[in-house]
Design a protein around this ligand. Sequence first.
Ligand SMILES: *Cc1c(COP(=O)(O)O)cnc(C)c1O
Length: 357
Amino acid sequence: MKSYNFCAGPATLPFEVYQEASQAVIDYNQSGLSILEISHRSDDFIQILEDSKNRVLQLMQLDANLYSVLFLQGGATMEFYRLSQNFLFPASKAAYINTGVWSQKAIDAAKFSGSVIEIASSKNENYRYIPSDFDIYESYNYLHITSNNTIYGTQYQSFPDVDVPIVADMSSDIFSRSIDYSQFAMIYAGVQKNLSPAGMSLIVIEKQFLDRFSNILPPIIDYKQHIKNESMLNTPPVFPIYVSNLTMQWIQKQGGISKIEAKNNEKAKILYDEIDRNPLFFGHAEIKDRSKMNALFYLKNEEMSSIFEKLCQEASIKNLKGHRTSGGYRASMYNALDVEAVKILVEIMQSIEKYHG
Ligand SMILES: *Cc1c(COP(=O)(O)O)cnc(C)c1O
């Protein structure tokens, strides 16, 4: 029976991607070698890497003369620290907006590098909104934001209009909507939410921004060294890069990000409409800041949780539980999740109202 995976990460990927990736594990491009054993210096892999960088820039509509793309081992958590080492130093300051657990971790990691100023936070209301009332008086090396808050289900609908370069953690909404990517000095993401298996960060940096800094760093921490070595300072994560490439091809075949966005909007509307309509449930995030990727919601009567969970289980709905810090239920509706999955979830929410409400 088909499963409907609402997991927040690692997330579901398109079935076509699984099919093609599994074939490549057995024999990549009729080379007689598995994608898992090809040399990262081989022509085959260099081609995958170059093509992947190009596709990232195409999808973001960014100019290769102005932006560099990296695929590095480590994940978003590694970048929390690495970016601060590159762009902060003891005598300087960076501004952070705290919109949840991941923002907080980014803040904590950056404190090892320099002075971190939390200029706005929604912690006072358990991160159920995106703060917009802040001013920037001082000079900061960058402003760090988390574009989509995976755990609390909030998402920036528009981005701060400031004179400070913006660094954005887009782990959980990368390539999910059409935005102007050129408003960011750096975009990064752990790839396991919307692109590929875990084990890698995708990083896009504006060259002009990077050139402002000349911190002396160990090469593994230094973005400039990674760029100079074309993401091959050490063995790159060949398989996640390959699968990302397939996922990006899939996005393009679907008609590009605008088509993906329309599908994401449709899924989110179906679910939020039901959360708002159904008297048994309530949502966490403020309506204006709701995430199209992760919807956090609760049952009003916790005693109904066992019947709700049983119905979900019978329908092969997987990983709907909220994060351990938030509780409740979290439906992660990443790019590859079909509309059908959300409809099935909504049917269960309706049936529990009808028979048990
Ligand atoms: C999952 C997630 C992370 C952590 O990513 P790792 O790759 O596991 O380090 C960071 N930020 C956001 C917004 C996330 O959703």
